[in-house]
Write a protein that binds this ligand. Structure first.
Ligand SMILES: Nc1ncnc2c1ncn2[C@@H]1O[C@H](COP(=O)(O)OP(=O)(O)OP(=O)(O)O)[C@@H](O)[C@H]1O
Ligand SMILES: [Mg+2]
Length: 340
């Protein structure tokens, strides 16, 4: 079966076409129109601006996803079996544009809709083009708005065992980059600076909640610790790579330690990494090394499926469609605070 997926929860207008067969999902087209350049000058996403851009981009992006997949507005309704769309969490006006477009297409093409949780989408970026998954799985989702450890005992079954009490990991990267004067979005910029640093860092930052028995996270204190250090250091501008390295190491240490402890406690057979921060090279290397030591399966999405995209929504949508979890368009609503 073929599925069209639409994602507009934040500042990426995205559409994808995927083909599902059994437990396998192949992505045929994956179009992402990013608004980063527009929001960069404000140092973060401006919701009203994001919504206006989605309005301009949504049809061209869907059209490109269909065309790349060899479809068009005439044959799509015969070739597609369903439309998957992100219903939340995210920015309400951004979500509405994707959802109302999906509803309209569903109405005109008479196709069922699958409502997908954006975080469920991030988790399912790990099920694109993959073989059978060994459950239970522990998944670390680290993105701009979320830092969560989720236990999946089977497909579409989620138990959040811990999350952040304050800043998300991606948000912490963004704020750290801002206070180091690097720009937005911060994750890739911190990572690039950190790679320049060779040697042993003399800067020591805390590892918040690393040894606590629960699976909660806290990153706001880490950012404040960095701020105090930078304020006291008159030469900090000459030591940006070292600060970036020390910050990245602190975040990665906490994320890896907690994920490995959860994998052991819940007797996971697979460990997965998801979300925008899953693009971080150091985190990918460190977590995969530690999971290998436990002789468990390790999965992480291809880089193009880490930050927001519609391929991951197609993936979650496909598994929900197989489980007959569709929603009539009349009942479909956005929920900016939708929980997993
Ligand atoms: N290489 C990297 N290292 C660290 N962080 C990164 C890297 N690449 C991207 N990020 C971070 O990932 C975040 C964006 O991820 P994503 O697009 O999943 O977030 P979001 O969709 O805004 O939030 P959410 O998914 O929680 O709703 C940003 O905070 C960005 O700085
Ligand atoms: Mg996201």
């Amino acid at each position: 079966m073929k599925i069209l997926a639409i994602e507009t929860s934040c500042d990426e207008t995205a559409a994808a076409v995927a083909q599902g067969r059994g437990n396998n999902l192949e992505i045929i087209s994956n179009i992402v129109s990013s608004q980063i350049k527009i929001h960069k000058k404000y140092g973060g996403v401006v919701p009203e601006v994001a919504a206006r851009e989605h309005v301009l981009n949504i049809i061209p992006v869907i059209d490109q996803a269909l065309t790349t997949a060899g479809l068009n507005k005439k044959n799509a309704k015969h070739e597609l079996s369903a439309i998957a769309v992100t219903a939340g969490p995210g920015l309400i006006t951004s979500l509405m544009i994707g959802l109302e477009t999906a509803k309209t297409l569903s109405y005109v093409w008479k196709l069922p809709i699958i409502s997908v949780n954006h975080i469920e989408g991030h988790l399912y970026s790990n099920f694109i083009d993959r073989e059978r998954t060994k459950f239970p799985a522990i998944i670390l989702t680290v993105s701009g708005g979320h830092t969560q450890l989720v236990l999946m005992k089977n497909h579409l079954s989620y138990k959040t065992i811990g999350e952040t009490r304050d800043d998300a990991a991606g948000e912490a990267f963004d704020k750290a980059a801002q206070l180091l004067g690097l720009g937005y979005p911060g994750g890739p910029l911190i990572s690039k600076q950190a790679e320049k640093f060779k040697g042993k860092a003399s800067i020591q930052l805390p590892r918040p909640m690393m040894d606590s028995k629960n699976y909660e996270f806290s990153f706001s204190g880490l950012k404040t610790a960095l701020l105090y250090m930078v304020q006291k250091d008159k030469n900090y501008k000459k030591r940006i790579p070292e600060y970036a390295y020390a910050f990245q190491e602190a975040v990665v240490d906490v994320l890896v330690a907690k994920t490995i402890r959860a994998a052991k406690q819940y007797k996971a057979k697979t460990v997965m990494l998801a979300g925008g921060v899953a693009a971080n090279k150091r985190l990918r290397e460190r977590l995969s090394e530690e999971v290998k030591k436990l002789k468990l399966d390790f999965r992480m999405p291809e880089i193009k499926y880490t930050t927001d995209n519609a391929a991951m929504i197609a993936s979650a949508g496909y598994f929900k469609f197989k489980a007959k979890k569709t929603t009539p368009w009349r009942k479909l609503k956005v929920d900016p605070n939708l929980e997993l």
